[in-house]
Write a protein that binds this ligand. Structure first.
Ligand SMILES: Cc1cc2nc3c(=O)[nH]c(=O)nc-3n(C[C@H](O)[C@H](O)[C@H](O)COP(=O)(O)OP(=O)(O)OC[C@H]3O[C@@H](n4cnc5c(N)ncnc54)[C@H](O)[C@@H]3O)c2cc1C
Length: 392
């Protein structure tokens, strides 16, 4: 957003509560790698230019990437400055922080799609002797207590952490909710490359039949690793991970699961089939081979009730997705769920904008590869709507 504002000569500051690339420094586990290949790590005027375009960056490499970019575009980042409130004051916004107050004609909220782990309320019931952790505070297996682990949620974080914890010698039980199965490779290439070629990432929010549902879709069940491999319910079972259906309740010690794994797997396969239907015509036109078709998921018998003590489950990893929270945004732009009501980043309050939200403008609006385009479009809009001062 800063690069795009500068391109339009718009005077601005970037307020950051931590340092540049804060969440990549503080909220990623040690073995983290991007799901998108290196060639997709690109921002306006800056892109990965190493020798491994098909590889996947680590968290530390992402920090370096964003540091370099911030320096290249001379982004006016004010670090260690937390926004405490944004309020309307006459014809400007008063932005109060823990290090002073700014007045701005326009505010772009860029606090991310994945602001906070979304942990279900039932977590409050769990006995205190069972450790509870989320992917934003998890770093490595030795941080977890000995004994079994219940991992709740089988999207990208869930399958990766279930696999890592099982490999560390713990018995892992994975509660599988709705997910989007995605093979790493398909018809001779990386799946992300096919999705890009087929134009899937460019799907516009304005053309999606049920936008709310599309925004609630979990992340793709993928892992970025070298050599590339699948991490799905088959590979996890082969590793020894036990599967259960969706976790529906706990009274502290007992767990209740839905008997829904077969249905969940069926829904996931149907979504995958729809993805292949979009890729295949493009792949056929390129005479791509048909040799990498994923095997059907083996659905085991699953438990509906378990006693955590009897099973020696000593910790729960909540990989149940993310939510957004804007207690500091004191302008009327939030919907009943606490999300910002916006269309392509423009809210109902003139001067309040967003960037980086899921399906904000297109399917890739919250991906590194998609945000740059959105930022350029939004900056152009801001330049036409506000009496912006031209940067010296
Ligand atoms: C586990 C995980 C894996 C991902 N993998 C990929 C991937 O493979 N490829 C991909 O393209 N995308 C991936 N993403 C999405 C990726 O995070 C986003 O593309 C990108 O980080 C979004 O950048 P952002 O600047 O919008 O938000 P963020 O990176 O979340 O940055 C928001 C910033 O706002 C700051 N902030 C928050 N509140 C305040 C406040 N009150 N005052 C001041 N500062 C504040 C935070 O410190 C943070 O630095 C992944 C996300 C997650 C969670």
């Amino acid at each position: 957003m800063s690069a795009a504002l500068t391109a339009h000569g718009i005077d601005h500051v970037v307020l950051e509560r931590g340092r540049v690339a804060n969440v990549w420094r503080t909220e990623r586990w040690d073995s983290f790698r991007l799901l998108s290949p290196n060639w997709m790590t690109r921002l306006p005027g800056f892109a990965y230019d190493g020798s491994d375009p098909g590889g996947f960056m680590t968290g530390d490499e992402m920090v370096m990437f964003f540091e370099e970019y911030a320096s290249l575009i001379a982004a006016p980042v004010v670090e260690y400055t937390t926004v405490r409130s944004v309020r309307r004051r006459a014809d400007v916004f008063e932005v109060m922080t823990d290090r002073g107050t700014w007045l701005a004609e326009a505010v772009v909220v860029a606090t991310g799609e994945s602001m906070q782990p979304r942990v279900p309320r039932m977590a409050l019931n769990v006995d205190r002797d069972v450790a509870q952790i989320t992917p934003t505070t998890y770093k490595r297996p030795d941080q977890m207590p000995d004994g079994g682990v219940l991992v709740v949620g089988a999207s990208s974080s869930g399958v990766q952490l279930a696999s890592e914890l099982q490999a560390s010698g713990r018995d892992v039980l994975l509660a599988v909710g709705g997910h989007v199965r995605m093979p790493r490779r398909y018809r001779g290439d990386d799946i992300m490359t096919w999705l890009d070629r087929a134009g899937v990432f460019d799907d516009l929010a304005s053309g999606v039949r049920n936008l709310r549902a599309a925004q609630r879709q979990p992340s793709m069940q993928l892992v970025g690793s070298a050599p590339p491999h699948d991490l799905d319910l088959n590979t996890l079972q082969a590793q020894g991970v036990r599967l259960a259906g969706r976790l529906v309740a706990t009274d502290g010690r007992h767990l209740a699961f839905a008997d829904d794994l077969r249905d969940t797997v069926g829904e996931s396969d149907a979504k995958l089939g729809a993805v292949f239907d979009r890729i295949d015509p493009v792949a056929d036109a390129m005479h791509a081979p048909h040799d990498e078709i994923p095997a059907p998921i083996e659905v085991p018998a699953t438990p509906t009730h378990l006693d955590m003590r009897a099973e020696n489950i000593r910790s729960i990893m909540w990989t149940t997705g993310f939510r957004r929270s804007y207690p500091w945004l004191q302008v009327p732009v939030l919907d009943a769920r606490g999300n910002i009501r916006q269309t392509e980043g423009v809210t109902e309050v003139p001067g309040i904008y967003t960037i980086g939200l899921k399906f904000q403008r297109a399917r890739n609006s919250h991906f590194i590869d998609g945000v740059g385009n959105d930022a350029l479009i939004l900056a152009r809009y801001i330049a036409t709507r506000h009496r912006v001062r031209v940067a010296a």
